[in-house]
Design a binder for this molecule. Structure first.
Ligand SMILES: C[S@@+](CC[C@H](N)C(=O)[O-])C[C@H]1O[C@@H](n2cnc3c(N)ncnc32)[C@H](O)[C@@H]1O
Length: 192
């Protein structure tokens, strides 16, 4: 092999080696950006259940409602439109986050409703006066220390169908839905 070819071959090996060194780090960075573990699948709360959750928490103007795992944004949107509250949703899924952001813009609710693209186990919960949950019991268990540490005294937590293990509900309600597969939903109200 000529000297020139050897130089080119060495350069090519160097480029490949650098790429291989950088690739894992850049993949990890992408993973970190998306962040978080999927703690529950997307199953929306029926509209009538959403309304009962917000009524059970006695949401009113002046409240800041956090929906952790906000899906298509139905809870945060209703909290603003029907209950005059400010609201914040947190959603990990790219498509649902996009859908919710677009809906907020379409409805011109940007001053009252925000959605965070990220992990519900990473957000600051101190501004919340009300937290709504439709996750799994295992997810509520993971979230519990953060709720206990960050929520202000008197904050209300309403959980759809899944209890927060170890907490005593102040009230429990059963709600039927109008969907084809009529079923009862259980709502748990907790107060910090
Ligand atoms: C059962 S759905 C509830 C949707 C909405 N809160 C409602 O009641 O209609 C749960 C949602 O949590 C989201 N989710 C799961 N793990 C999450 C995480 N670690 N951070 C943020 N969102 C998450 C899912 O993508 C899904 O949209």
């Amino acid at each position: 092999m000529s000297r020139e070819k050897k130089v080119w071959a060495l350069a090519a090996i160097l480029v490949v080696a650098v790429c291989l060194a950088i690739l894992p780090a850049s993949l990890a960075a992408q993973e970190e950006k998306k962040g978080g573990e999927k703690l529950a699948p997307f199953v929306p709360s029926p509209e009538e259940v959403v309304e009962r959750m917000l009524k059970l928490a006695e949401v009113k103007a002046g409240d800041t409602v956090y929906d952790l795992g906000c899906g298509d944004g139905r809870i945060i949107i209703m909290a603003a439109q029907k209950f005059a509250a400010h609201s914040v949703g947190v959603e990990l899924d790219d498509e649902l986050y996009k859908q919710t952001s677009e809906r907020i813009k379409e409805l011109k609710l940007q001053d009252k409703v925000k959605v965070i693209h990220g992990d519900l186990l990473q957000v600051d919960l101190k501004p919340a006066t009300v937290v709504t949950l439709y996750l799994l019991t295992s997810a509520n268990e993971k979230l519990k220390p953060r709720l206990e540490k960050m929520l202000r005294k008197g904050a209300r937590v309403v959980s759809h169908d899944f209890e927060v293990p170890g907490w005593k509900a102040e009230k429990t309600e059963s709600v039927g839905d109008d969907q084809g597969d009529f079923r009862q939903h259980t709502l748990y109200l907790y107060r910090r």
